[in-house]
Unconditional design. Structure first.
Length: 137
């Protein structure tokens, strides 16, 4: 997982123009605070993390690594959101909020439905196709 730099008032002033992002990974854009809330609510703290800082230590790769090392974080946290309609909707809504706060007027979110769904669960493969338009900024 990659930590997104915090946007400050000073950095916003230097970038005050509308932005477009054409390739944003949905599952890589989850707020750490949201992931922590979800994991604790489900009684599955990720490697014992009970604070946002502890969660960052668990998920952020601090050493040079290959793609496999980076993707290990996804294997750890995706089960917390997989098949959870409310969690997925919350994450999508917050992604829109975060993009708007960063001056993004249009973005295209990417996702892998098979990684976010469970067979027979409330969030099926076609859920994203039926409701994806709700998440346009």
């Amino acid at each position: 997982m990659i930590a997104v730099p915090k946007v400050t008032e000073q950095s916003k002033k230097g970038l005050e123009f509308p932005k477009v992002e054409l390739h944003v990974h949905f599952d890589g854009s989850i707020r750490f605070s949201t992931l922590l809330d979800l994991s604790l609510a489900k009684g599955t703290p990720l490697k014992g993390a009970r604070t946002v800082e502890e969660l960052k230590e668990v998920l952020i790769t601090h050493e040079p690594a290959n793609l496999s090392k980076v993707l290990e974080a996804f294997d750890l946290f995706l089960p917390v959101v997989r098949g959870d309609k409310d969690a997925i909707e919350r994450i999508a809504y917050e992604l829109c909020e975060d993009q708007a706060a960063n001056g993004v007027i249009y973005f295209e979110g990417r996702y892998s439905p098979h990684l976010l769904t469970e067979p027979g669960g409330p969030v099926g493969f076609y859920y994203f196709f039926r409701y994806g338009h709700c998440y346009e900024s």
